[in-house]
Design a protein around this ligand. Structure first.
Ligand code: FAD
Length: 397
């Protein structure tokens, strides 16, 4: 594996750095620095700038609006955006349903949906999980019954991230109750404004409204909004999950996270010395950095494989496990570093809290972020399920 960037790659890196420095919105940067919660328009602000530049979907084929970058350029891009602490682009349209539509969709579906995903006109949510059907997703019970040129959909989805903003959702529904589980599922694109859809918030431990329950009662969905064949939706579902897991390791963002924790530990005191001088704390940071470097090399190996034309294999499960554990350890160290300042801004469960946070700015979101990050070992296929995949596919057990 050649670890050196070529002169072309270095020129690309400079171009990216300059673009971010000149175009990243100052008000968004200020909100991030203040540790404020991001609103819909915040997520979309950077998205729209990248869309204008033609850089919003680096992984897509050029014919559908991709950049045509090499895997190394895409790696540089993710490194540079993390280094500059750019807000993460939401994955539901760009990284999930977009690839499903350009791979399995009809020409009409591609022509209608893809440009709207790229421009940010449509906000998407993912309707896979149900109460009782998470890891065992194929047991899902939401039904879609054919009625002329429509399906009539009934059921309940849960943990639907940011569905409160969504214009469209991609849903897995059962279209054949008698077939084997995986063979009776279809993949539907549903307009979230359709009559019969109710979105109810679930407030998480960090006090945030990020996930929802979505109820579907006699929702009529035109048949032309089904992607791929009836009862073959599991093929799309699996394809999408592979895309969801790629990039979930978050190496570049975690590298930036380590720098942030170190900066906090340089400021916070342990007695009369910086916390970073405490040998126990220093050791924890060092262990984290060692694991992160190992993960980075594993990701680079998989990148070298992609450069040589190999698709992502079961190693994406390994990247997901290690990456998510590192993300959690980072939030644990941050909480430890800010000490008691982490506690007051635990925002409780009610709205209208008008208490001012106390302590330094970097402490305000330490607790909510810690609680929120418990999710990383659950979503995208829980880490236990990823271990099962490694046991079967890598170790042959
Ligand atoms: C913050 C957050 C956001 C999410 N966003 C979305 C979203 O937008 N759309 C969506 O569709 N879903 C979403 N999910 C749902 C997520 O995909 C599921 O939570 C996940 O697949 C686990 O399913 P479950 O919660 O039903 O847990 P279960 O499947 O009930 O698992 C419970 C526990 O048992 C373990 N377990 C289960 N089966 C096995 C097994 N065979 N071997 C070993 N251990 C096992 C699991 O690892 C877990 O620890 C989100 C979840 C979270 C936490």
């Amino acid at each position: 594996m050649d670890m050196e960037f070529s002169p072309e790659d270095l020129a690309f890196q400079r171009e990216v750095r300059e673009f971010i420095a000149e175009n990243y919105p100052a008000d968004l940067r200020a909100k991030q620095d203040e540790g404020e919660e991001m609103a819909k328009e915040d997520f979309l602000a950077w998205h729209k700038i990248l869309y204008k530049k033609g850089w919003v979907a680096p992984a897509w084929p050029v014919e559908y609006g991709g950049t045509g970058w090499t895997p190394t350029q895409r790696f540089i891009w993710s490194e540079e955006t993390a280094r500059a602490d750019c807000i993460r682009l939401l994955p539901f349209g760009l990284a999930m349903v977009g690839p499903v539509i350009y791979t399995f969709g009809t020409p009409e579906q591609r022509a209608f949906f893809l440009p709207r995903i790229l421009s940010g006109e449509d906000w998407w949510c993912q309707g896979y999980s149900e109460p009782g059907s998470g890891s065992d997703l194929a047991s899902l019970r939401t039904t879609a019954v054919r009625d002329g040129d429509h399906y009539v959909v009934n059921g309940q989805k849960t943990w639907t991230t940011l569905a409160q903003h969504a214009d469209w959702g991609f849903f897995l529904v059962r279209t054949d109750k008698d077939a084997k589980q995986q063979e009776g599922i279809s993949f539907l694109l549903i307009d979230m404004k359709s009559p019969g859809i109710t979105v109810r918030p679930i407030i998480t431990l960090g006090g945030e409204h990020e996930v929802n329950e979505v109820w579907l009662e006699d929702v009529r969905v035109p048949v032309e909004q089904r992607v791929y064949e009836e009862n073959k939706g599991w093929t799309c579902a699996k394809f999408l999950l592979a895309h969801e897991r790629t990039g979930i390791a978050g190496v570049a963002a975690s590298k930036r996270g380590v720098e942030k924790v170190k900066a906090i530990a340089r400021t916070e005191l342990d007695g009369d010395k910086p916390l970073l001088a405490n040998p126990f704390f220093k050791r924890k940071i060092a262990e984290l950095e060692v694991d992160l470097t190992a993960l980075e090399f594993t990701e680079l190996r998989s990148l070298a494989g992609a450069n040589a034309g190999k698709g992502p294999g079961p190693e994406s499960s390994l990247l997901k496990i290690k990456g998510s554990e590192i993300q959690q350890r980072l939030t644990e160290l941050t909480l430890e570093a800010v000490g008691h300042y982490g506690a007051p801004y635990f925002r409780g469960f009610g709205e209208g809290d008008n208490e001012h946070p106390i302590g330094p700015d970097y402490a305000h979101r330490a607790a909510p972020t810690y609680f929120n990050t418990r999710k990383t070992t659950i979503y995208g296929g829980s880490n236990e399920i990823q271990r099962n995949i490694i046991a079967k596919m890598v170790l042959g057990l």
